[in-house]
Design a protein around this ligand. Structure first.
Ligand SMILES: Cc1cc2nc3c(=O)[nH]c(=O)nc-3n(C[C@H](O)[C@H](O)[C@H](O)COP(=O)(O)O)c2cc1C
Length: 184
């Protein structure tokens, strides 16, 4: 089975996850923007897409899923993973599915936690984020969870989700086994 991992990434976390997953299953990997759908899709059986989360939206997922019919009709297996700074939870997963309309498609979906570094963002994201955090601080009813986010102004959040990488790698290997047993 041939697999490709496509991704969007603003500060490198999603790119790193994509590279890691690809290297563990012997897949190709490239930014979504560089994938030539017409020319390259036929070369792959399993298409993985990883996108970074911004305000609940998975960057690039609309573009990726605009090719859903092409992938589905050609019998590809489709995996999507979203990288955000939030701790993955069942509620958070539901919210991502709902905000990104993922339940309209037959795909496997994983939520992966990534790092967050305000200083790596660059303009205008860093400005917008600082403004949001400064505004949050003035809210008297701020929950403990949200208060913890204020610390992001002082130091970056560093997180690497090895467990989720293993899970995605495993599912790709399982799909590979299933495809082999179908053609055997
Ligand atoms: C403007 C902005 C909005 C963000 N919104 C969210 C969000 O809604 N949920 C979340 O979990 N993470 C959010 N993040 C955090 C990023 O998704 C996280 O840092 C991720 O690791 C970035 O991936 P990348 O390094 O591949 O760009 C946001 C980051 C920025 C800059």
């Amino acid at each position: 089975m041939k697999t490709i991992v496509l991704y969007t990434s603003k500060t490198g976390n999603t790119a790193k996850y994509a590279e890691e997953i690809a290297s563990q299953v012997g897949a190709d990997v490239k930014p979504l923007k560089k994938f030539r759908w017409k020319k390259e899709l036929k070369d792959y059986d399993c298409i993985v897409f990883g996108g970074w989360v911004m305000g609940g939206k998975i960057k690039g997922v609309d573009d990726f899923l605009s090719h859903y019919d092409e992938m589905h009709d050609a019998g590809k297996d489709i995996i999507v993973f979203a990288v955000g700074m939030s701790m993955p939870t069942p509620d958070g997963r539901k919210e991502l599915i709902s905000l990104n309309l993922l339940d309209l498609y037959r795909i496997r979906f994983y939520q992966v936690r990534g790092s967050f570094d305000l200083n790596a963002l660059g303009f205008p994201y860093s400005m917008a984020m600082k403004a949001t955090l400064n505004k949050m601080e003035t809210d008297p009813s701020l929950t403990a969870d949200k208060r913890a986010l204020l610390e992001l102004r002082e130091r970056p959040l560093v997180y690497h989700d090895d467990e989720k990488v293993a899970k995605i790698v495993n599912i790709i290997k399982t799909i590979d086994e299933q495809r082999k047993s179908k053609t055997a």
